[in-house]
Design a protein around this ligand. Structure first.
Ligand code: ZN
Length: 475
């Protein structure tokens, strides 16, 4: 049975839902003010793997991810770019979608923008004010009142002492210093003189929502019977998720959020990867050098809760491992499985299957699974000369396990060809043929060049000649 580490209870808990239920997964999305970086890649690849796995074990999922398309950073960037906030934000959303598509991420079932959720946000802030969980400050902002929420601190356990009456540290100028903004009043802020500021009308005047309230509004709208898995990077645990949970409990005490899952940080040059710290590598720059499956394998090789110390050498190692696995597939996968396995072979096959599901059910132990894929490919390599029947069956298992993680989905020849650092023998051969054909063309031996073109076609490589060059693609 699947067990997931729940940040709320600090324990691995059984994933107890009925298969009849649709599993609601809410993951905090991107603030679209710059290109997405490797920190985003890790978080969203992890939840992508989780969704693929839940679907594999029989669940139907409802994946919701918000887009924070309004925020001070977005406004400031747009102003610096001399671009309207709306245009800038839409442009960055489209860049984000390009990166996520290139990484092979599943699209969420719902991906609402904050600017599309203002009516819901206003209505839940009203509810919070009516129930005394929020108040209007002198400057016109609406703040959430932490002292009135008995469950505040439950998730991160950081501010648990604020409910201790002897503790007065949190109080400053009669305002609870940790009270956070639900609605920022526009007219009283610095932004008044900026042409491009974005605001909406509300019962509290013109303004715009604070950051945390959007997630409560969006998950209550799109996850009707509660959030079963709430995800995000560990840096969001406090204050964002703590505040989100407080808001949601106070809006509707019956609205459950069952599992809180947090991915570890990506550390680059001994610092957290973060756009605000200007310490990041963009996804697109990584994709220029590595196949998306290499990036995926690399991120899945570290457990999702652990910090990941970014090291390019490990990406190169991931590439080598995938090259090796794909070479094994390439050598075996074209042969159809028609033979019947004997008892001993079935046992070996079941053993690998057991190892795969045991590791995945143990809080998504993908590092173990990544090693298993490699070991399985080595095992196939070892036995395929003596037991081709089992080798073919295991190759289909290898692809099946890989696919559950979003790996091994590429045509093996194509994959190996795109990773020119370590060619398989076959790829070397194709490469030599291409060079030879170019040589014959240069010396105008057209017949020989055409013969090689046909040979390459038989190998699934199509050549197209341009004015000065030849380009090729796999069929
Ligand atoms: Zn959020």
């Amino acid at each position: 049975m699947l067990k997931i580490f729940n940040t709320l209870t600090k324990m691995k808990e059984k994933f107890f839902f009925s298969y009849k239920k649709i599993i609601n997964i809410y993951v905090c999305g991107v603030t679209t003010y710059d290109f997405c970086h490797i920190g985003h890649a890790r978080t969203f690849l992890i939840f992508d793997m989780l969704i693929r796995y839940l679907q594999n074990i029989g669940y139907v999922t409802n994946y919701v991810r918000n887009i924070t398309d309004i925020d001070d950073k977005i406004i400031n960037r747009a102003i610096n770019n001399n671009e309207s906030v709306k245009n800038f934000s839409l442009r960055m959303i489209s860049e984000m979608k390009k990166d996520f598509f290139s990484l092979g991420l599943l699209e969420p079932n719902y991906e609402p923008k904050v600017t599309e959720s203002i009516t819901d946000i206003i209505s839940i802030i009203k509810k919070l004010i009516n129930n005394k969980y929020a108040y209007i400050e002198k400057n016109g902002d609406v703040l959430f009142s932490i002292k009135n929420c008995s469950k505040y601190g439950k998730l991160s356990r950081r501010l648990i002492n604020i409910h201790d009456k002897k503790n007065t540290d949190f109080k400053k100028n009669n305002v609870f210093i940790k009270d956070f903004v639900l609605w920022k009043n526009f007219l009283l802020k610095k932004q008044t003189d900026k042409k491009d500021s974005v605001f909406w009308d509300s019962p509290w005047g013109l303004g715009r929502p604070g950051w945390h309230i959007e997630c409560s509004a969006i998950h209550q709208r799109y996850c009707l019977d509660g959030v079963d898995i709430h995800g995000g990077g560990i840096d969001l645990l406090f204050p964002h998720h703590e505040n989100e949970l407080a808001q949601s409990c106070c809006i509707n005490s019956d609205f459950p959020i069952h599992f809180w899952m947090h991915t570890g940080m990506v550390i680059l040059n001994n610092k957290k990867v973060s756009k605000s710290l200007n310490n990041f590598i963009t996804i697109r720059s990584l994709l220029l050098k590595y196949h998306p499956e290499v990036i995926r394998y690399y991120f899945l090789s570290t457990h999702y809760r652990h910090p990941l110390y970014y090291n390019e050498n490990n990406l190169i190692i991931s590439q080598k491992i995938l090259n090796r696995i794909y070479t094994v597939i390439s050598d075996n996968y074209l042969i159809l499985l028609t033979d019947v396995l004997d008892f001993k072979d079935k046992k070996i096959r079941n053993n690998f299957k057991k190892k795969f599901y045991n590791a995945m059910n143990d809080d998504f132990n993908t590092p173990k699974v990544c090693s298993l894929l490699y070991d399985l490919s080595r095992y196939i390599n070892m036995i395929y000369k003596n037991n081709r029947i089992l080798a073919r069956a295991l190759v289909s298992d290898l692809i099946y396990f890989g696919n559950i993680l979003g790996l091994l989905k590429t045509n093996p020849e194509k994959f190996l060809f795109q990773n020119p650092s370590i060619y398989s023998k076959k790829m070397n051969f194709i490469n030599k043929l291409i060079k030879l054909r170019m040589y014959y063309r240069d010396i105008k031996k057209w017949e020989l060049a055409d013969k090689i073109r046909n040979k390459l076609l038989n190998l699934g490589v199509k050549i197209q000649d341009t004015k000065n060059n030849s380009i090729y693609r796999f069929l």
